[in-house]
Design a protein around this ligand. Sequence first.
Ligand SMILES: Nc1ncnc2c1ncn2[C@@H]1O[C@H](COP(=O)(O)OP(=O)(O)O)[C@@H](O)[C@H]1O
Ligand SMILES: [Mg+2]
Length: 256
Amino acid sequence: MYLELEHLDKRFGEKRVVRDLSLELAQGELLCILGASGCGKTTTLNMIGGFLTPDGGRILLDGQDITPIPPEQRPVTTVFQSYGLFPHMTVLENVTYGLKFRRLTGQQIRERGMSYLELVGLADRAQSRIQALSGGQQQRVALARSLAVEPKLCLLDEPFSNLDAALRTKMRHELKRLQRELGITMVFVTHDQEEALILADRIAVMEEGALAQLNTPEELYRRPATPSVARFLGVDELEWRQDGTVWKAIRTRGPI
Ligand SMILES: Nc1ncnc2c1ncn2[C@@H]1O[C@H](COP(=O)(O)OP(=O)(O)O)[C@@H](O)[C@H]1O
Ligand SMILES: [Mg+2]
């Protein structure tokens, strides 16, 4: 598999925040990590990005054990909720920032930067100051910056949660289109089941630091593995047998 998380563990003091988390991802797949606030989503993403060192387990990407590699040397980029742009630079300078350290000429860097700005629909704002852009536009710049270095893996941590509802919906569809077009492998963290449903090829539901279920959106709704996954997805279980699988009426308040 392209990305493999093997038995990841993370503690903060006494608290075990990520517990024996294992999952695999194919190249070009978009995986959503879905779970309530505080369940360990950001901690997991930060271990993949290299910003946190796991206490146990390892991370393999494209056959390479990246666990000991510092974040700036991993072929991985992250888009944060807070954009994380450089306010004193132009839009294009932000997008090409990560390319400065590559063996590329100035012209190649500019062309690459412009092509990714084109992809996110902001080529005409290349020379604008960051502060002159709306929140949605800034998040598009952050996305273009993350994609411009052509990483093996792009991580996104609740990137649209600062945007209003209409813009959030638009950005989800744009992201999905871009991800398909470019065939880029993504891990997208969210606490929003509707968002996960729209975006994900597969969804990993996390509960209290552990993986509760990993499946396609459809299968998750049809066969939630535990009562708490069912509740989190908005499925009311009117009859429930965990082993022996007796399923009677299931009423869903979710998007499916
Ligand atoms: N640096 C830290 N030090 C101590 N506790 C932390 C730290 N980062 C996160 N936590 C705790 O770990 C748990 C999981 O946090 P996090 O991964 O941010 O959850 P999520 O992203 O799912 O909301 C929470 O209880 C949080 O308070
Ligand atoms: Mg978080």
